[in-house]
Design a protein around this ligand. Structure first.
Ligand code: NAI
Length: 248
């Protein structure tokens, strides 16, 4: 029996990076997978095909996680198609890094809306279904910098810290209905997002990590499988780092 057999997973921002790896890992664990991203580009279509080739039901939805109407419409479509949602992975996220002195209001608002408001949007939209089912696991992608803060990332760190407060609140609010909510705090994971960091700086970072390497998207996806499965049925309200002991 595979760990997510019989479950329906919805992952946001999954066309590439960590989200893609999560979608594939969930499919390999036996789940039916619905995913979203902002546009139906080559990555989007390739993922849809890859998931189907694994042999599970899979479908991509073009949806802006930062927009409440778009999110609730997508969740309605997912429920119409898949009949239930057992696991929601709020993964969509962006960076607009710069020092506060140079940070524009637009850069602040955009990062807060895509990273934090999206978690409100999707969780609000799926809660109806999960309440009816009397079960569910919500997994929110925070970051180690949401715990520690980071120079040049005030907007991003604030959004990721906000996710932690939201996660703990949902664990308390929805726990009595058997809905769990946890956050994952990845450290330095090799994706398109971190490719934006200059090579020298990336090497320097990796050197400082006790496990002496950057993490891979699969390192994060493995935790999602655990938190989405019934193996973690007594784990809720937690922030779990996947960071090679970078933040201890
Ligand atoms: P990525 O940039 O490679 O992928 C993010 C995906 O989200 C893209 O496919 C993008 O199109 C999508 N997306 C962006 N805005 C969206 C929106 N409004 N609606 C729907 N989809 C949208 O990033 P990566 O590295 O895979 O990051 C995934 C998550 O993990 C993010 O929340 C990020 O903040 C978080 N994270 C990443 C770390 C890293 O080192 N890569 C470390 C800590 C957290």
């Amino acid at each position: 029996m595979k760990l997510l057999e019989g479950k329906v997973v919805l992952v946001t921002g999954a066309a590439r990076g960590i989200g893609k790896s999560i979608a594939i890992a969930c499919a390999n664990a036996g789940a039916a997978v619905a995913f979203t991203d902002i546009a139906r580009d080559d990555n989007f279509v390739a993922l849809e095909n890859e998931l189907k080739s694994i042999g599970v039901k899979a479908m991509g939805f073009v949806s802006n996680a930062a927009d409440l109407n778009s999110s609730s419409q997508t969740v309605d479509e997912v429920v119409a198609e898949f009949e239930r949602i057992d696991v929601l992975v709020n993964n969509a996220g962006i960076t607009r890094d710069t020092l506060l002195m140079r940070m524009t209001e637009e850069q602040w608002d955009l990062v807060i809306n895509v990273n934090l408001k999206s978690v409100f949007n999707l969780t609000k939209a799926v809660q109806k279904t999960m309440l009816k089912q009397r079960s569910g696991s919500i997994i929110n992608m925070s970051s180690v910098v949401g715990v520690s803060g980071n120079a040049g990332q005030a907007n991003y760190s604030a959004s990721k810290a906000g996710i932690i407060g939201f996660t703990k609140s949902m664990a308390r609010e929805l726990g009595p209905r058997n809905i769990r909510c946890n956050a994952i705090a990845p450290g330095f994971i090799e994706t398109e997002m971190t490719k934006a960091i200059p090579e020298e700086a990336r090497k320097e970072w990796a050197e400082k990590i006790p496990l002496k390497r950057a993490g891979q998207p699969e390192d994060v996806a493995n935790l999602v499988i655990f938190l989405g499965s019934d193996m973690s049925s007594y784990i809720s309200g937690q922030v779990i780092n996947v960071c090679g002991a970078m933040l201890t």
